[in-house]
Design a protein. Structure first.
Length: 218
């Protein structure tokens, strides 16, 4: 059986798709080249990504370094201020302590002066009180002596007055007992009795003056 072939007819789409040449068939060299280009592209992309990552890391590290430096400067400033404040506070405390020492010393001096003044005033008061007591004792002894002397002089004066009265009574009684006429007795004896009475009164007055003078001497 003969098969009718039409070699001059135009090829169809089915026929054209089935036509291959040497360039259309991939070889191992082409496959390796394609893989190499793919690896190169992947490497380039990876390098670009790593470069960006490194750039971000550097920016981040630089920012952290700047912030760290700023924080260190701030901490240093705060520490310096705290140190300065501590120094100022320490100086103020030293000044207060020195002032307290001065005040304590002054207070101790004042207390000692007050104590010495009290002791001096107490001693002066005791001395003056002793002098006053001694003066009072001497005055009491002297007063008692004067009272005793006055009592003695008064007793002697009373005894003298009493004795003078008794003597006068005895003289009057003896003059009445004599045996003379009344007229004769009255004349001479009257003169003599008046004279003797005047003499006795004068003597008694002198004795009284002497006793009073002696009393005043005490």
């Amino acid at each position: 059986m003969d098969i009718d072939q039409h070699p001059d007819s135009p090829p169809t789409s089915t026929d054209s798709s089935l036509h291959f040449n040497a360039n259309d068939i991939p070889t191992e060299e082409d496959s390796a080249h394609d893989k190499h280009e793919g690896f190169t592209e992947v490497g380039d992309a990876n390098g670009e990504v790593m470069s960006k990552i490194n750039h971000v890391d550097r920016v981040l590290l630089d920012s952290l370094a700047v912030q760290n430096q700023a924080y260190r400067g701030l901490f240093k400033s705060i520490r310096q201020e705290a140190h300065n404040d501590n120094d100022v506070l320490s100086i103020a405390l030293k000044a207060v302590r020195a002032q307290n020492v001065i005040l304590s010393t002054d207070l101790a001096d004042v207390r000692q002066e007050v104590k010495d003044l009290k002791a001096k005033l107490s001693k002066d008061f005791d001395d003056k009180l002793a002098v006053i007591r001694n003066d009072l004792l001497e005055f009491r002894v002297e007063t008692q002596g004067q009272l005793v002397s006055l009592g003695t002089n008064l007793a002697e004066l009373i005894a003298f007055i009493t004795k003078g009265g008794d003597d006068k009574k005895g003289e009057v009684s003896s003059s009445h007992c004599r045996g003379q006429p009344p007229d004769d007795q009255s004349r001479p004896s009257g003169g003599s009795s008046s004279r003797s009475g005047a003499d006795g009164s004068s003597r008694r007055r002198d004795d009284k003056r002497g006793l009073l003078y002696g009393k005043n001497q005490f």
